[in-house]
Design a protein around this ligand. Structure first.
Ligand code: PBG
Length: 331
């Protein structure tokens, strides 16, 4: 028998050898943990999100405790979402200097100056109707207005950075928002603050659990007039190109797992760092199967994150960040 065939098994013989030839790895600084902070007088408020076991809506004090523990385990970066006291048509609390995200940023930055604080910039958690932008007055079930929304998004971003945020991440999908944010930040004296753009954000059913967490389900209609159609890949490149031209520093693809081809496309085409968001529905699916004893949670989590990293994402926003750091799965 001829034996001059490829012997791939030679390099798989031992853990040491496998580690030597492993191409893709995760490091703590690749991971970003999302948190939901609630504006509430109840300092001990901590409510588990039913559709996201292990994730909670937290008061400011509870957030502080939770982040403190995560920092002990090596947390380097987090992303903040706020749940305001009141929602209104103008999303007033999104850009209030004493809004919940602004206060949370200030608190975290004071306690952990080295921790990278990224804020999600969007109006959907703050509008009474749950859409990511403004509606025309008297047209409460109508079109989400693009240009009038830009000014409020820019105001929101500036207020986050004034509170101490290291980076802003606009997730609204209005056209021109990166330019609007960049100009407003520059004028406010924050020319050095980077923007992580949710450039390629699909209108995805995988956001369902998040909307429970952030209480941001649209009261009518859906987000398909501003978020992307899941069938499109060329359009992803147009969105990324536009955001880069407008001044984005990091390009994000979202969701992550079902869109790994898009991550690779953006990675190959552009030389900006790519981030991917393993969203709430991706988290919920893994958790649900794990809680049923159907899969090995740690192994599946690591494989899912490695897949996203291998597809081309340098940064991963994932609700598993705390877990994998605490368990030493990423060191
Ligand atoms: C806000 C926003 C959403 C997510 C991040 N920022 C929800 C949405 O667009 O409906 C989703 C995150 C997740 O599902 O984990 N616009």
């Amino acid at each position: 028998m001829k034996t001059d065939f490829f012997r791939g098994r030679r390099l798989r013989r031992s853990p040491g050898l496998r580690a030597m030839v492993r191409e893709t790895r995760l490091a703590p600084e690749d991971l970003i943990m999302p948190y939901f902070v609630v504006d509430t007088p109840d300092v001990n408020f901590c409510k588990e999100i039913t559709s996201m076991p292990g994730q909670h809506q937290l008061s400011l004090a509870r957030l502080e405790a939770r982040v403190g523990a995560a920092v002990e385990h090596g947390l380097r970066a987090l992303m903040l979402f706020g749940i305001p006291k009141n929602k209104d048509a103008q999303a007033s609390e999104a850009y209030a200097p004493d809004g919940i995200v602004q206060r949370a940023v200030a608190m975290l930055k004071k306690r952990w100056p080295e921790l990278q604080i990224i804020t999600d910039v969007c109006l959907c958690e703050y509008t009474s109707h749950g859409h990511c932008g403004l509606l025309r007055t008297g047209d409460e079930r109508g079109e989400v207005l693009n240009d009038p929304t830009l000014e409020l998004l820019a105001k929101t971003a500036v207020s986050h950075v004034e509170a101490g945020a290291d980076m802003v991440a606009p997730s609204d999908m209005m056209d021109g928002r990166i330019l609007a944010l960049r100009q407003a930040l520059d004028v406010a004296g924050f020319a050095n603050t980077p923007i992580m753009a949710y450039s390629v954000k699909y209108a995805s059913a995988f956001y369902g659990p998040f909307r429970d967490a952030a209480e941001s389900t649209p009261q009518f209609g859906d987000r398909k007039t501003y978020q992307m159609d899941p069938g499109n890949a060329d359009e992803a490149l147009r969105e990324a190109a536009a955001d880069i031209a407008e001044g984005a520093d990091i390009i994000m693809v979202k969701p992550a797992g079902p869109y790994q081809d898009i991550i690779r496309l953006v990675r190959d085409r552009y030389d900006h760092p790519v981030a991917a968001y393993q969203v709430s529905g991706e988290y919920a699916m893994i958790k649900a199967a794990a809680l049923n004893g159907w899969i090995d949670e740690d192994a599946v989590v690591m494989e899912s994150l490695l897949g996203i990293r291998r597809a081309g994402a340098k940064l991963i926003i994932t609700y598993f960040t705390e877990d994998v750091l605490r368990k030493g799965l990423v060191r």
